[in-house]
Design a protein around this ligand. Structure first.
Ligand code: MMA
Ligand code: CA
Length: 200
């Protein structure tokens, strides 16, 4: 006689697989919005009758199971407070400090980019680490050629700002932006030693 716990597990797994098979969608609760279901491949299902739909089903199963495994890993990382997430982005730190340009490089080295909040939710997701490590962090925002006008690093307009009172104040002398421990922003020289926070 299997234990109730085992029975529960088997039932859970069976239910997950059933859901996976039935709809080709992640059965696990997707903890992160924006990890959208992969787009349909550009194959006409009826092209080779009987063959491709089968391949397609297997592919969907594999994708479904991979999504499930990824979502479990994300669950662990959340639980361990190693990542925060908002609006489809994941934020993380290695707990180390660096100047702005080193931060850019470090984030790029691991396949991410320097954290750049697009809305209050993402600002909070970055702020979590700033508070946890009690250290300011540089953001992926820089002064444009027009003094006192700030933009994302790719030159696009900011979608939201959270300047501290009377900031930005550098008038061309402070080209980078740091996040204070209350989440507000200050324009600042780029050579400070700040917490590395990346986005993925
Ligand atoms: C510092 C520097 C500036 C900031 C002011 C605020 C004196 O300069 O951090 O970027 O605007 O403090 O008082
Ligand atoms: Ca300033």
């Amino acid at each position: 006689m299997p234990s109730p716990q085992l029975f529960h597990k088997v039932l859970g797994a069976a239910f997950f697989l059933l859901l996976c098979r039935a709809q080709g969608k992640p059965a696990g609760t997707p903890p992160l919005p924006g990890f959208a279901h992969l787009p349909e491949v550009g194959i006409d299902e009826g092209f080779i009758p009987g063959l491709l739909p089968q391949v397609d089903n297997e592919m969907e199963d594999i994708i479904c199971q991979l999504e499930h495994r990824i979502s479990r890993l994300e669950g662990v990382l959340h639980l361990e407070k190693k990542i925060t997430a908002s609006g489809g982005k994941i934020f993380a730190t290695n707990g180390k400090k660096a100047d702005f340009h080193t931060t850019l490089r470090k984030c790029k080295e691991v396949g991410g980019s320097i954290a750049a909040p697009r809305n209050p939710g993402q600002n909070d997701a970055i702020l979590y680490f700033v508070k946890d490590f009690n250290s300011y962090a540089y953001l992926g925002i820089k002064e444009s050629l027009i003094s006192s006008k700030f933009q994302f690093l790719d030159g696009t307009q900011l979608s939201y700002t959270n300047w501290h009172l009377n900031e930005p104040s550098g008038k061309g002398e402070e080209e980078c932006v740091e996040m204070y421990t209350d989440g507000t922003w200050n324009d600042k020289k780029c050579n400070q030693n700040h917490l590395i926070v990346c986005q993925f």
